[in-house]
Design a protein around this ligand. Sequence first.
Ligand code: GLN
Length: 279
Amino acid sequence: MTVRDTLKEGSDFLKESQIDTAYLDSSLLLSLCMGISKEKLFASFPEEVTPGQYSRFRDLIKERSDGHPVAYLTNSKEFFGLLFHVEEGVLCPRPDTELLVEKVLSLAENDSTLTDVLDLCTGTGCIAVSIRVHNEKLTVTASDVSPDATRVFSRNNCSLAGGSITFKRSSLFDDIEGTFDIIVSNPPYLTTDETDQRMDEGWKEPELALDGGDDGLDLIRIIIDEAPEHLNDRGYLLIEAHPDQMESMRVCMEKNGFENIIILKDLPGLDRVICGTKG
Ligand code: GLN
C-alpha cells in the first residue's frame, strides 16, 4: 500500500467517526509510524508503507477514533512553534492558549522592567516554556498541583528551555512565595456539568485540568482574589477562559482593584483572555 492510500484510508475511517481533523490526524499518526516529519510524508506519497508500519498505523487510527487525542498517541504537540512532550494526565496544549503567550511576550518587549513571570496551572508547561524560549531575559516560574504535570513539565523544561524555569508544586498560590511582574494562567474553567458530559463521552483528558466548578469560575475567582498579593505594583494578570465568563471575570477583577482591564480575542474571534493591571 502506498503512503497516499494509507493516509486516505486512515482519514476516511476517522471521518466516519465524526473526527473533524481526520486528514491532519491521519497524517500525524502515519508520520509517527514511519518515523518521518509530516512534510516528508507529503513528499513520499508514491512510496510503500511496510506491513509493520501499516499495522501500527491501523491500531493508532482505531485508538484515535475511540477519542484518544492525537497528542496522547504521538506523545507530542506543537505549540507556539515548539514541540512539547505530552502524556495522559495533562491537558493537551491548544492553539487558543498561544494568545496568552503572545500577549505576555509583547508586554515584556514594550516594557523592559517586566522581568518576573509566574505561570499558574502550567500543565505541560507550554505557556511558561514558550515565554522563556522567546525571551531569555525573563525569569519564569511555573507551578501546578498535579504530579503528572510536575513530571511532564520538568521534561519540557529540560528539553526546550534548558531547565531555566523554576517549578513550584502548589495548589494555585498556596505555596507560591514572592511577587511577580506578570501572572499568567490557563486554569480549569469548564463547568462541572460540561466536564461530566465530556467524561461520559469518554474524554481522555484529566478532570483536574478541566473542572472549574458550578460556573467554571471557582479557581479563577481564587486566582483573581489572591493575585494582588503576588503582583508587584502595576503588574499584570492574564487569564484564559470561556468567552461567556469574561464579564463576570471583569467584575471580579474590578472588585479586586485591577485597572486597565482588556479582553483579547483568539484567532476564531472569540473573547478568550482577560488582562488587567494591579493599580
Ligand atoms: N479550552 C479547553 C476546552 O474547552 C478547556 C481548558 C481549560 O479548562 N483550561 O477544552
